[in-house]
Design a protein around this ligand. Structure first.
Ligand code: PHE
Length: 341
């Protein structure tokens, strides 16, 4: 019996010395220490041994078992350490590689100009009023002194909807009616920004959608001088403090008198170049004194109240400021264009 144990131990240690991985080690454990292994059978047979033999064989069998178990644990631990070392070698990350930098988001050039416009008018006491893009024919034309079939409507090529009398606003001026009806008879000083739509042939100069910023001031002592002063001051803050401006007589059905404001061409300083088509001036907005009919439509008595209004295109201002020569870039979503702002 003792010899048999000697052989078991010796044989087991022999095979263990050839074990190189976890799977082989597990197989070794099953054959050496498993339930039906020769060693376990020795334990099974202890009961049938003579009384005197039992303690000696039993002690020796336990010794062998403990020895094999501790060798098993040692090797298992050694294999784990080896595996870890191997993983550290082969799965090493090269942390010296520079990362890919994230492209930061940026504001659309129109948004940048719009925010600048809000800030300038806020300093002058104007509040921002948000109106709507889908409008009634009534607000967009009729109440602005352009009845059905009025020839002046041709100035605004219009997207009509299937619902009769409902259209996409062609300018921000219908907001004048909404604000006046909401505020009458209180004085008003607001700007109304937003998207407008026109049924245009798209070209480098014309888009079917664009922003406008409307301005409206109504009160008891408002004059054309206030209009000129406010817009000249705006131009100085928006462009340069010494920019020259001029007002040219114009016509809009909802203002009387009406004008367009030009700024001196900042490319040629008024000498005349291809940006200003040789005139030395760039047109930036339309304006005028609110027509008495429009004041009345808004709920103000034109005998007591006067007002001025203006409308400008932020994309046009951005084009002048950043020398963008094609308006189609604004909504083309070309990252190469947008990244430049
Ligand atoms: N609504 C006019 C346009 O779209 C601009 C304008 C606004 C003119 C207010 C006068 C007063 O061309």
């Amino acid at each position: 019996m003792l010899e048999e144990l000697e052989k078991i131990e010796h044989g087991a240690l022999e095979t263990l010395s050839r074990v190189g991985d976890d799977a082989a080690l597990e197989a070794w454990r099953v054959t050496t220490l498993g339930r039906s292994s020769p060693l376990m059978q020795v334990f099974d047979r202890l009961g049938s041994l003579a009384k005197e033999e039992r303690p000696l064989i039993g002690r020796r069998a336990n010794e062998v078992k403990r020895n094999l178990e501790s060798r098993l644990a040692e090797l298992s631990e050694a294999l784990r350490t080896q595996a870890l070392a191997r993983a550290l070698q082969t799965e090493r990350l090269d942390i010296t590689l520079p990362g890919r930098s994230l492209a930061p988001g940026r504001l659309h050039p129109s948004t940048q100009i719009l925010r600048r416009i809000y800030a300038i008018f806020a300093e002058m006491g104007f509040q921002v009023y948000r109106s709507r893009e889908v409008e009634s024919d009534e607000n967009n034309f009729e109440l602005l002194n352009m009845p059905q079939h009025h020839p002046a409507r041709d100035m605004w090529d219009t997207f009509h909807t299937l619902a009769p009398g409902v259209l996409l606003r062609t300018h921000t001026s219908p907001g004048q009616i909404l604000v006046m009806r909401e505020q009458a008879p209180n004085p008003i000083r607001v700007i109304l920004p937003g998207m407008c739509y026109r049924y245009e042939q798209i070209s480098a100069r014309k888009e079917i959608q664009f922003n406008q910023v409307e301005g409206l001031a109504v009160g008891e002592n408002i004059t054309f001088g206030d209009l000129k002063g406010t817009l000249t001051d705006f131009a100085r803050r928006m462009f340069t403090p010494d920019v020259r401006t001029r007002f040219r007589a114009s016509h809009f059905p909802f203002t009387e008198p009406s004008a367009e404001m030009d700024i001196e061409c900042f490319l040629c300083q008024g000498k005349g170049c291809n940006v200003c088509s040789g005139t030395g001036w760039l047109e930036i907005l339309g304006c005028g004194m609110v027509h008495p009919t429009v004041l009345r439509n808004g709920g103000y008595d034109p005998e007591r109240f006067t007002g001025y209004a203006f409308g400008m295109g932020p994309e046009r201002i951005a084009m002048l400021r950043y020398r963008i020569d094609d308006i189609r870039y604004f909504w083309a979503n070309d990252i190469r264009f947008l990244e430049q702002f």
